[in-house]
Design a protein around this ligand. Structure first.
Ligand code: T3D
Length: 264
């Protein structure tokens, strides 16, 4: 059985992590299927936005610890080279999200723990149900936060909060996550699907090339000094300024009508 479900409609690819009995924990199949879906989204011009969500009551509980124990035999984790697992299976997913030149929205329906929390942090926008919880679970099992958590967390919520969240490994509720800037907005559980879709539709109607170039600029922002970032903006704007979408945006403004962007 596939570990994820995918559906494309109205230029939105929805990826549903689909192992609800294991709280959608990452087994080998889920890692491979999620990476394949993201790569396919990169190639597919019909896809303008990606939503990642979870089936059942959880978003994702991180690495499947039962699969890890089964793979290690009685050694309960001691045998696996987790560095290799990260380099070969988890990290490519995070890089695929950051390098995808389309917005990725996490629709967090429940608990996001371990690498599941990291997955949320890597997305461009996060919309969370009131039931969502965010747990940097790693310290509970004697591990270091991985899959990008140590990179994203201090940038998103500051060092002190990142240290508290990772050292103490206590869940953060949705309201707190919204207040500290870990998520964009919190909505009632029953409305998560429609709110995520409404947000994705707005993104799908925006100029695709402009969003792609904007994501590229934002990706660089934390790494560059002001002068370099100003130069990058100038280079990207030169590209955007030559696009049909820019001409269409201006025409739509003058003609007082909604713009129809093609991505060209
Ligand atoms: O190993 C490597 O490859 C290195 C990379 C590591 C990346 C990581 O993600 S490490 C972190 C791994 N994740 C965790 O440590 C989280 C483990 N889960 C939990 O702490 C809790 O389940 C939750 C806080 C997420 C939710 O708690 P709760 O009380 O709502 O649910 P529960 O009763 O604990 O879990 C429900 C079922 O899901 C249960 O199965 P059962 O007893 O009904 O058959 C539980 O075992 C299963 N489950 C939950 N998390 C995982 C899992 N099964 C396998 N792996 C899991 N991660």
């Amino acid at each position: 059985m596939p570990a994820i479900r995918t559906e494309t409609a109205e230029n939105i690819l929805t990826i549903t992590l689909d192992r609800p009995d294991a709280l959608n924990a990452f087994d080998r199949a889920m890692k491979e299927e999620l990476l394949a879906a993201l790569k396919s989204a990169a190639r597919n011009r019909d896809v303008r936005v990606v939503i990642i969500t979870g089936a059942g009551r959880a978003f994702n509980a991180g690495q499947d610890l039962k699969e890890r124990v089964a793979a290690d035999g009685a050694g309960a984790g001691a045998a696996a080279d987790l560095g290799t697992e990260l380099r070969e299976r988890f990290n490519p997913i995070i890089l695929a999200i950051r390098q995808l030149d389309k917005p990725v929205v996490a629709a967090v329906n429940g608990v996001a723990a371990g690498a599941g929390c990291s997955l949320v942090l890597a997305c461009d926008l996060v919309i969370a149900s009131e039931d969502a919880r965010f747990l940097e679970a790693f310290a509970r099992i004697g591990l270091v936060p991985d899959t990008g958590s140590t990179w994203f967390l201090p940038r998103l919520i500051g060092y002190a909060r990142a240290a508290e969240m990772t050292f103490l490994a206590e869940p953060m509720d949705a309201a707190t996550a919204e207040r500290v800037g870990l998520v964009n907005r919190v909505v009632p559980a029953a409305r998560l699907g429609e709110e995520a879709r409404a947000l994705a539709l707005r993104l799908a109607a925006a100029a695709p090339l402009a969003l792609a170039l904007t994501k590229r600029a934002l990706n660089h922002a934390f790494e560059s000094d002001l002068a370099s970032q100003l130069e990058l903006e100038a280079q990207l704007q030169a590209v955007a300024g030559r696009s049909r979408d820019h001409a269409e945006g201006i025409a739509a403004f003058i003609e007082k009508r909604p713009a129809r962007f093609s991505g060209e």
